[in-house]
Design a protein around this ligand. Structure first.
Ligand code: ADP
Length: 258
């Protein structure tokens, strides 16, 4: 079976306005199985979002290789959908018309796209809000609508850039549960960028820990243990959280020292 994502020897730098370059990522090798839930964690500015956008094909690279289902990534594609932290919805469209947007672009017939959108709106817990506009929704509801919109075109890979970062703690917890249910029901591959250690350990099967800039992969921690029950009281969960936290802290400390 081909991997969902394969990255080999990737290096990426941004051009700066004075004609120089900022090395954002170097020596990145990463392989993600189809159906896997992987988090990318690391200090602010280490290149997490850059890595996600490169996988999405939203920015182009020259050094190294990124494959998605065995095909070289040269731009965005229908196999990869992205969910941003904010501003992902069209404010002038209702929830329903936001969710049907990608299907309209694909030329799916109206009845079929409405049926599919209504099913997804239900799946993300937004039934009854189909005709609301984004401004009439809470932050959590907006993010659910954004997830439904991305799921509508049925990408195998969901790339999520701190999707719950702007939400309050309680809403965030509800959204995490819901995302795990969606992942379980759909078998999607999820690549989830966060700087929240608990969130990364709770949601994913592996946590990819990055070093400070230029970002490299420092360590990959297996977190694929049973988190179904009272996870806060689970020794394995708490051990993983404290280990990963200490590694992230040491990256911040070395940032301050340099
Ligand atoms: P993270 O998501 O881990 O916070 P980013 O991927 O956003 O990090 O950024 C990685 C590094 O690249 C940062 O040091 C940032 O300053 C730099 N960077 C990001 N975007 C640009 C850009 N458009 N031009 C120049 N440098 C950038």
């Amino acid at each position: 079976m081909t991997k969902a994502i394969e990255i080999e020897n990737l290096e990426f730098s941004y051009a700066t306005s004075d004609g120089g370059r900022v090395l954002a990522l170097t020596n990145i090798d990463l392989s993600i199985e189809s159906g896997e839930f992987v988090s990318i964690l690391g200090p602010s500015g280490c290149g997490k979002s850059t890595l996600l956008y490169l996988m999405g094909g939203f920015i182009s690279y020259e050094n190294g290789r990124i494959l998605s289902h065995g095909n070289q990534v040269t731009g965005p594609g229908p196999d990869r959908g992205i969910v941003f932290q904010q501003f992902a919805l069209f404010p002038w469209r209702t929830v329903l018309r936001n969710v049907t947007y990608g299907l309209e672009k694909q030329g799916v017939a109206k009845a079929a796209r409405i049926e599919r959108a209504m099913r997804l709106i239900k799946e993300v817990g937004l039934s009854g809000f189909e005709n609301s506009y984004p401004s009439q929704l809470s932050g959590g509801m907006r993010q659910r609508a954004a997830i439904a919109r991305t799921l509508a075109v049925d990408p195998d890979i969901l790339l999520m850039d701190e999707p719950f970062g702007a939400l309050d703690a309680q809403t965030r917890g509800v959204m995490q549960e819901q995302l795990l249910r969606i992942w379980d029901a759909t078998g999607k591959t999820i690549v989830f960028v966060t700087h929240d250690v608990r969130e990364a350990v709770y949601l994913s099967q592996r946590v990819v820990m990055m070093s400070k800039r230029p970002g490299t992969i420092k360590e990959i921690v297996q977190t694929n243990f049973d988190k179904a029950n009272d996870v806060e009281a689970d020794e394995q969960f708490n051990r993983a959280v404290s280990y990963v936290s200490s590694q992230v802290r040491s990256e911040y400390a070395s940032m301050e020292a340099s």
